[in-house]
Design a protein around this ligand. Structure first.
Ligand code: ADP
Ligand code: MG
Ligand code: MG
Length: 910
């Protein structure tokens, strides 16, 4: 494109209405107005406008705002009345600026029609390039460019893109036609194909498929493409993406119509993508890929192996791929070598962009006949590890504040740093290597399509998705899978970008993989595998390994430690962990837990040696019988508590007394029944009778929690004794023990009074026997709506509350956590629920009960300690809520402690 200066046609002309639904950009004469908001222009349009205002080389164009999209969907598919007029005016201005005419057979103006929502939705909407071509303008393009091959290549691409995006002709039909033509003529490379033949075939496909000739009127093409972008806002794949990423459906997308520049005009042209920092590690170095003589998404689509931007990167790449230096310079020369001037300009622009946006940028660029054009910039997606490093380094460089640094890293992404890796000496066979596109390691059963990934994952099986390349249609499958392996594509391919964003491990561009979809099998190098076979991906190294390997935790780094230190300084909420074993306790402590918020005693019972004694206790029909069994359990429990207290030296440990319905422990196989009958010396018949007597219709609302402790006080007494004996013994050894005893499922203040009396009596006995005094506290779970509602009365007896938001959600919503999966998905699809209430707390309902409990508890006992121990305690959004209602701590699984620390800090600084 040769830009030609003109005066802005409408500037200062009072008879012309100002543009209302559209915004023009790229006219150097145009007044520099504030760019408006990304909400209106979409992220892509907003940044294009901003770049033109910074004087960067951006092809001119105009934006149809998100307001048009809202109008379009609000009215069931019509545009504002003045829109056509505005678009015509913008086109005129574009023609004048470029010196070309839209539909002009001599100097045809071609445009791209691009979508762009206010938040980045990579790949969710489709872009149409080279729009405006038809047999007449094609001739014009041939003449104007003097390059017939280029012009026809552009036309072929246009028919293909327009037909699949706008007219709904399946993508594959064009690919098939192209490969058939290649096969029949014995050609292997796309650009060697006779373009006329291909164009004829393409036009044929479209005519057959749509019963109409391919539209040749550029105006019809333009409005078709605009309509397609707006309707794609409500396509299923866009909706799924928005759901996964919690993006409101109401935002709408903008459409950008932009003059084309061409990267496919020979060896002085090319196209590429680049990041201002390494999106995998966060290292402050330009990272990117480009292709000479290519257009648009060729790099992302993984059609050819892209080259690196910088020489250093190209050398590192060659080493990893075992490509020799002479082959590298011949076939994979970096942009720095191939186009040194444009490379320098690119680096300069990228540096300025990053300083301007104060965040890592992901840019798209094209070089047309030696001239560099920027086509997009946005904040780049990155791994959790990279996010941490970039935030810390940008804070250190004074680009962002500490508060911004804390908010820059999505708390969920911390998880990626704690992601599993593989043991050094796993000994498994390396089948192949690909690009380490997204970190972590995963073993799973292989599947070859996204839907299969979803169905298999629903059965609880870890799944790996293997495909040639991924596209937006595969996003739900990638989400369901533990890892993704693709045969094609580079570090910026769709698979790589999406997997990094989701925190799935991903290996891309594994050339050794070939998939035979028809037979549900694949080859990786010399190995043949079928669907359901086990495979392991190491996203940290790019290795594809045969079979299943147990993964191990990875190491955090100094950047992580720094960010966590900042988080700890900023947060008000404490973070505790849920831990049932000494190992859990140790891990939680390593991750920074400040106590144990939930130690579930029943998990200690399932050990095979112990379970028989538990059963003995349950089938006991008299107190002395029961006490005999409890004697055994006392010893086990005391040892467990000793070990946990020792790990948590100096930190509080909140132990919940027996909670689940007894029937969960009962034997249900005849072998187990016989074993039990032998142990307790009762006939099998009698055991069976006792077991069926204990049967409950609705055990979750049945004989469980403190109801057990009230009907069998000796059980809770035994547990209190085990806790305090362990505490006294360790305390005598100099360990600082801070036991908290927690009573589950309290609904009535009287329940707590009763249980507390019983266990305090037992505790007094223990201390007397041990002649040691250890401070302890007794509190309760708040997990029934009634408990929240009468929390002021319960607080008279309880010195702490721990909100058990799992049960509180079940009982408030009348939802069974174990069964709700069947319909909650449908609820989310229909928009009745925006999120699974067992994942993120239902603030309005369940959260209101938490708030009542907090207020009432504090009213009675101002210094009452308040925490949460449900799954929500590790969920960032819920943590924000718990911060707001004023809890003292959240407790979550050890692996989520770091996430919770960061989320708590974000809640505090937000
Ligand atoms: P996406 O949102 O999928 O990234 P884009 O709108 O950025 O889609 O377009 C896809 C590709 O087409 C990009 O690589 C971009 O560089 C290229 N492209 C878009 N508009 C133009 C244009 N006017 N000239 C040349 N290439 C373009
Ligand atoms: Mg795209
Ligand atoms: Mg883009």
């Amino acid at each position: 494109m040769k830009p030609k200066k003109t005066s802005a046609q409408f500037a200062g002309d009072a008879s012309v209405q100002p543009l209302r639904w559209t915004v023009f950009f790229g006219d150097p004469q145009q007044a520099r107005e504030p760019p408006g908001a990304p909400e209106l222009l979409g992220g892509k349009g907003y940044n294009l406008l901003e770049m033109t205002q910074m004087g960067f080389p951006v092809p001119p164009g105009f934006i149809l705002t998100t307001a048009v999209c809202k109008e379009y969907h609000g009215t069931g598919g019509s545009y504002p009345v003045t829109l056509v007029d505005e678009v015509n005016r913008c086109l005129k201005q574009l023609e004048q600026l470029t010196g070309k005419g839209f539909g002009d057979p001599n100097q045809p103006l071609l445009v791209s029609v691009r979508s762009g929502a206010p938040v980045s939705m990579p790949g969710m909407m489709d872009t149409v390039l080279n729009l405006g071509l038809n047999p007449h303008t094609l001739q014009g393009l041939v003449t104007a460019s003097g390059d017939e091959r280029f012009a026809k290549d552009a036309y072929r691409r246009f028919i293909h893109m327009y037909s699949s995006v706008v007219l709904g002709v399946p993508h594959a039909q064009f690919q098939d036609a192209a490969s058939q033509l290649k096969q029949s003529t014995g050609i292997s490379e796309d650009h060697d194909v006779d373009p006329d033949k291909l164009i004829a075939r393409y036009l044929n496909i479209v005519a057959k498929k749509t019963d109409k000739p391919f539209p040749s009127d550029p105006m019809e093409q333009l409005w078709g493409a605009i309509g397609a972008v707006f309707s794609s806002w409500n396509s299923p794949r866009a909706k799924i993406y928005r759901k996964i990423h919690h993006i409101p459906d109401t935002l709408g997308t903008a459409v950008t119509v932009q003059a084309m520049v061409f990267g496919n005009r020979g060896k002085h042209s090319g196209t590429g993508v680049a990041f201002t920092r390494d999106p995998a590690t966060g290292e402050d170095t330009i990272m990117g890929e480009f292709l000479i003589n290519a257009q648009g998404e060729d790099v992302v689509a993984g059609i050819r192996t892209p080259c690196q931007i910088s020489l250093a990167e190209a050398r590192a790449w060659a080493q990893r791929q075992a490509v020799g230096e002479s082959e590298r310079t011949a076939k994979y020369a970096s942009m720095e070598e191939a186009m040194p001037a444009q490379y320098r300009e690119l680096i300069d622009l990228m540096t300025r962009l990053e300083t301007h946006y104060r965040d890592m940028q992901d840019i798209e660029f094209t070089v047309e006949n030696g001239r560099l054009w920027l086509l997009q910039t946005r904040n780049g997606k990155r791994t959790g590890r990279a996010a941490v490093r970039i935030a810390v380094e940008m804070e250190n460089a004074g680009l962002i504040t500490r508060k911004q640094a804390l908010l820059r890293v999505p708390a969920e992404h911390i998880e990626q740093l704690l992601h599993p890796g593989l043991p050094e000496n796993h000994g498994a066979t390396v089948l192949a290597r690909g690009l380490a596109a997204s970190p972590g390691a995963a073993s799973g059963q292989i599947v070859f399509d996204a839907d299969k990934a979803v169905t298999l994952a629903q059965t609880g099986t870890p799944v790996l998705l293997l495909t040639t390349e991924t596209s937006p249609e595969d996003v739900h499958g990638m989400h369901a899978a533990q890892g993704v392996l693709t045969a094609r594509g580079g570090m910026t391919s769709h698979a790589a970008v999406v997997a990094r964003g989701m925190g799935r491990c991903c290996i891309a561009g594994c050339g050794a993989l070939s998939i035979d979809l028809a037979n549900r099998s694949c080859r990786i190098g010399d190995h043949r595998l079928k669907e359901g076979d086990w495979l392991t991906l190491n996203g940290n190294t790019g290795e594809v390994l045969l079979g299943r390997i147990a993964t191990i935790e990875t190491q955090t780094d100094a950047y992580f430690d720094t960010l966590m230190q900042w988080a700890d300084e900023a947060r008000r909420l404490q973070v505790w962990c849920n831990a049932d074993t000494p190992e859990d306790a140790r891990r939680g402590r390593q991750f920074g837990a400040q106590g144990i918020g939930l130690c579930r005693t029943e998990h200690m019972f399932f050990d095979s040696a112990r379970i028989t004694h538990v059963r003995q206790m349950i089938v006991a029909e008299s107190r002395p019988e029961r006490e005999k069994a409890l004697q055994h359990l006392l010893r086990y429990q005391r040892d467990d508590f000793r070990a946990i207290f020792r790990e948590m030296d100096g930190l509080p440990v909140c132990i919940r007394l027996l909670d689940p319905p007894l029937h969960e422990f009962l034997p249900n196989e005849s072998l187990e029944m016989r074993k039990l009958s032998k142990l307790v010396g009762k006939p099998v018949d009698e055991i069976i009778r006792r077991v069926s007597a204990l049967h409950e219709i609705n055990p979750m609302l049945g004989h469980r929690g403190c109801r057990l402790g009230i009907t069998y006080p000796e059980i809770y007494r035994m547990q209190a004794r085990a806790i305090m004996e362990a505490a006294c013994e360790l305390s005598a050894e100099g360990v600082k023990v801070l036991p908290e005893i927690m009573i589950p499922l309290v609904a009535l203040p009287e329940e707590l009074v009763f249980v507390k009396q019983e266990i305090e009596a037992e505790i007094a006995l223990v201390m007397q026997q041990k002649s040691t005094a250890v401070a302890y506290s007794i509190g309760t779970m708040i997990e029934l709506p009634r408990a929240s509602l009468v929390a002021d009365k319960i607080a008279e007896t309880a010195s702490f509350f721990s909100f058990g938001t799992n049960d509180l959600t079940q009982t408030t919503m009348g939802l069974s956590r174990d069964d709700a999966g069947r319909f909650l998905g449908e609820y989310q699809k229909l928009g009745i629920l925006s999120e699974d209430p067992f994942v993120g707390i239902d603030e309005e309902g369940v959260g209101a009960l938490v708030k009542i409990g907090v207020d009432k508890g504090r009213a009675t006992r101002p210094d009452i300690k308040l925490g949460v121990c449900g799954e929500h305690g590790g969920h960032p959004q819920s943590i924000d809520f718990f911060h707001k209602v004023g809890l003292n701590y959240v407790s979550c699984s050890p692996y989520r402690v770091a996430i919770a620390r960061l989320a708590a800090a974000q809640a505090a600084v937000r």
